[in-house]
Design a protein around this ligand. Structure first.
Ligand code: DLL
Length: 435
């Protein structure tokens, strides 16, 4: 297959060229931030760093980090680096964790963001002949607008569906020949489920690819979606603070996402000490915006835990790849002293032939943590007898124990009893926080 690029020269430039490009921008960007963002100037002054100290990316480690709490403290305008009259757009995080963050964009910022999304669409095989169905939410959330703009830049026919009304999504997909689906992986799974319920199979829909992100998802989930929808499923990563979707995207190799290094510098740090870790280490992902104007965050701690790799990629792209984030450091559950990531639970469930419809409940009884996992049975599985279901719960609890190191209480529940998600799925309820 001939690899499809949006900006081939940039996407395949040598590592030396990428570095030279970054080195040529970093000094100017730090000066811009120092002179226009008193909040960050103050952090730099406290650390005793001046813009002149930052001559190349090798000096990056001298700069202070920014965290989500800085963003909250500086809300709403404290990190803005351009006059509002030069800004053309605002977006905001979905606020699932109750921590709302807003980001500002100049027209230049929108342009580079849409380029990043266009790269992702083309890496998934998109061309101007394609029909791109965007079922990420439109509005303050960045998902809808980012893909919308990216699809326009590719020249694809864009279907701005937003999320919800799943039967109508499928009807449009069939009537208007959508070839590329963009939504969260949990919504893609729900679309697959609805397709079956409507009496169709993958053969009835024209889709060839899907670009799914905004939440963690496992390889097992990818295989499941690929089979149900008859597509290749590509991962895409991003966060509102950087721009939105498209900070990194998957290519035909489907094993990690290329970070758009001409716009963002990525580092991996030890989340406890802040020390920069060597390539290949697992740690917290930190980003610096190289050429954003309005909201140029420097050394922003994402809380996402992952690994970076510069191994040669079969697609020809040279930008560093981030492997699937295993979850956010603040999503990690500590249950009876053991670290548990929801993604581990999802992997076990799908490996054991269950649906990706589950809910994790953590609570505390008599000073000890409890872990209850509710998993929905498919209608075929539900016909089992009570005794068979109890045996299945036992087997599943034992498979969980092997992976997680602790024993959860499993609850196999009837079909349709767990709420579906049209955007980011909320799968964890930590009741300990309520006590
Ligand atoms: O979720 C932007 C986005 C929209 C990305 C559409 C991809 C597709 P936020 O709402 O600010 O922005 O949430 C950002 O979501 O820090 C990660 O924890 C998580 N996340 C995003 N993409 C992925 C992914 C959008 N592919 C936060 N895998 C990030 C795992 C992801 N986690």
């Amino acid at each position: 297959m001939v690899e499809n690029y949006y900006q081939k020269e940039i996407e395949t430039m040598s590592h030396e060229q990428i570095k030279a490009h970054q080195d040529s921008l970093i000094g100017k960007q730090i000066k811009h931030v120092y002179e226009n963002v008193p909040y960050y100037k103050n952090l730099m002054d406290k650390k005793g760093v001046k813009p002149e100290d930052i001559k190349s990316t090798a000096d990056l480690h001298k700069l202070p980090f920014l965290t989500k709490s800085d963003l909250r403290e500086a809300y709403p305008y404290g990190l803005l680096a351009k006059p509002l009259s030069e800004c053309v757009r605002i977006h905001s995080t979905s606020g699932t964790t109750g921590k709302r963050v807003i980001a500002f964009y100049t027209q230049h910022d929108i342009d580079i963001w849409e380029d990043c999304c266009a790269r992702a669409i083309m890496a998934a095989g998109g061309t101007k002949e394609d029909v791109v169905q965007v079922c990420y939410g439109y509005g303050l959330f960045t998902g809808g607008s980012g893909f919308h703009g990216g699809s326009h830049k590719v020249g694809s026919l864009t279907l701005p569906m937003s999320s919800g009304n799943t039967e109508r999504q499928i009807q449009f997909m069939m009537d208007l020949n959508s070839t590329i689906l963009c939504c969260t992986p949990s919504y893609a799974a729900y679309i697959g489920e609805t397709l079956k319920e409507m009496g169709y199979t993958a053969d009835n829909i024209p889709l060839k690819a899907g670009i799914f992100g905004a939440e963690p998802w496992t390889e097992e989930m990818r295989r499941d979606i690929e089979k149900t929808l008859g597509i290749k499923a590509y991962d895409i990563y991003g966060l509102t603070e950087m721009c939105g979707p498209g900070v990194a995207f998957e290519c035909s190799a489907q094993n990690g996402m290329h970070i758009n290094e001409d716009h963002f510098i990525a580092e991996i740090i030890d989340p406890d000490t802040g020390e920069v870790l060597p390539e290949g280490s697992k740690g917290e992902l930190v980003f610096t915006c190289l050429d954003k104007e309005a909201f140029p965050l420097i050394r922003y701690r994402t809380r996402d835990i992952c690994v970076l790799t510069r191994e040669k990629c079969s697609c020809g792209r040279t930008h560093v790849k981030m492997l699937k984030p295993t979850g956010r450091s603040d999503d990690m559950l500590i249950i009876r002293g053991v670290n548990v990531f929801p993604s581990q639970i999802e992997t076990v469930l799908l490996e054991q032939g269950y649906t990706p419809n589950y809910r994790i409940e953590v609570d505390r009884e008599n000073n000890s943590d409890t872990l209850d996992i509710f998993v929905e049975l498919s209608s075929e599985q539900f016909s089992d007898t009570v005794r068979e279901i109890a045996a299945k719960e036992k087997a599943l609890a034992s498979a969980m124990k092997t992976t997680l190191g602790i024993n959860p209480k499993m609850h196999l529940v009837p079909p349709k009893s767990i709420a579906r998600s049209e955007g980011k799925a909320v799968r964890v309820v930590d009741k300990r926080k309520l006590h």
